[in-house]
Design a protein. Structure first.
Length: 109
């Protein structure tokens, strides 16, 4: 059963992938094939990948697919957060920052 559109969620996850140097090109190619994956950092035998998907099952499916790339030794789920899709369109509240004198100042980003 599909969730109503108002209940849609966005799942954001990050993975640290340990791989052989020879696997870097195949790993990058696999990531390019999936619109919900982004290669955030690639350095030698470790890479950081961000996943933004519609559900947790898709996140775990990507873990399995990343692990299946020849030369990938380990995929570690480092972070996972789910948020209602509509909440990501809402403005962030302004922050009050205390100055050195203790006076509150509004800060917007």
């Amino acid at each position: 059963m599909n969730a109503p559109a108002s209940d849609a969620e966005v799942h954001i996850a990050s993975f640290v992938i340990q791989h052989r140097e020879t696997a870097a090109a195949a790993l990058a190619a696999m990531i390019r094939e999936h619109r919900d994956l982004d290669l955030a950092l690639a350095a030698g035998t470790r890479s950081v990948v961000i996943c933004e998907s519609a559900d947790r099952h898709a996140v775990m499916e990507r873990v399995d697919q990343l692990q299946a790339v020849p030369g990938v030794l380990n995929v570690l789920l480092v972070y996972h957060h789910a948020e209602p899709a509509h909440a990501l369109d809402e403005p962030l509240p302004s922050l009050s920052i205390l100055s050195a004198t203790g006076d509150a100042h509004e800060h917007t980003s």
